[in-house]
Design a protein around this ligand. Structure first.
Ligand SMILES: Nc1nc2c(ncn2[C@@H]2O[C@H](COP(=O)(O)OP(=O)(O)OP(=O)(O)O)[C@@H](O)[C@H]2O)c(=O)[nH]1
Ligand SMILES: [Mg+2]
Length: 234
């Protein structure tokens, strides 16, 4: 087995659905998951590339491991629950600094999961406000959807990330391309998130291959050298 060409890491608060998203993508199904302990990794063969995808634990007690998992990451998926604004704010407050160990050209995607739980009966984008028929309700400004996190908030976070990482907005993918809403339950948009990132990582992989083998030791092909007889120094 070849070693992974690049690494993607999922970060975010507990219960936002990181494991479920990864499961949906890799296993093509949704199943009840248990809260992750430490972290887990999957290997995805995509075209001729090997991509490792790391699932991390959102629970506070495992927080310290986050920066270790992000080391050398080519892309990070910051995940929140669209029904809990706090899970988006946590990304900035608690998770962003963990990405300091990622590659300098690391790509960032922001994913709002559990979109299937938003109340589409009461609140529909584009519906008319009954109190003011001239006004169109958006799911973000309606008082009837107090918890629904607006995609604009995710895009604002994306811009803060670029500032934090001192990246030029003109040299990285635009916020509109990197902020997604998904449902691990229905599968909505899940493939699109992963495959958009994979596509964007191809130039990184090709550049790395052109630069030659990395300094990382590939233990899958490691054969211990024959031991030479040690001499006593007396
Ligand atoms: N309705 C709905 N439920 C979801 C979705 N994604 C995850 N869940 C549920 O949310 C709960 C938490 O999902 P996990 O995937 O374990 O969350 P996590 O982010 O991996 O949590 P930690 O491992 O603790 O960090 C589980 O009960 C899932 O079944 C979704 O898209 N829609
Ligand atoms: Mg998990």
């Amino acid at each position: 087995m070849r070693k992974p060409d690049v690494k993607i890491v999922l970060l975010g608060d507990m219960n936002v659905g990181k494991t479920s998203l990864l499961h949906r993508y890799m296993e093509r199904r949704f199943q009840e998951s248990v809260s992750t302990v430490g972290g887990a990794f999957y290997l995805k063969q995509w075209r001729s590339y090997n991509i490792s995808i790391w699932d991390t634990a959102g629970r506070e007690q495992f927080h310290g491991l986050g920066s270790m998992y992000c080391r050398g990451a080519a892309a990070i998926i910051l995940t929140y629950d669209v029904n809990h604004l706090q899970s988006l704010t946590e990304l900035e407050d608690r998770f962003l600094f963990l990405t300091d160990t990622a590659n300098t050209d690391c790509l960032f995607a922001i994913v709002g999961n559990k979109i299937d739980l938003t109340d589409e009966v009461n609140v529909k984008d584009g519906a008319k406000d009954l109190n003011d028929p001239g006004k169109t309700i958006s799911s973000c400004d309606s008082a009837r959807a107090p918890k629904r996190v607006c995609l604009d908030d995710a895009m604002a976070l994306y811009k803060k990330i670029l500032k934090y990482r001192m990246l030029d907005e003109n040299e990285v993918p635009a916020a509109e391309k990197m902020c997604f809403e998904t449902s691990a339950k229905t599968g909505y948009n899940v493939d699109h998130v992963f495959e958009t990132l994979f596509d964007m990582m191809v130039p990184i992989i090709l550049r790395q291959r052109a630069e030659g083998p990395s300094q990382t030791v590939d233990i899958t092909n490691y054969k211990p050298a024959k031991r030479t007889q040690s001499r006593c120094c007396v």
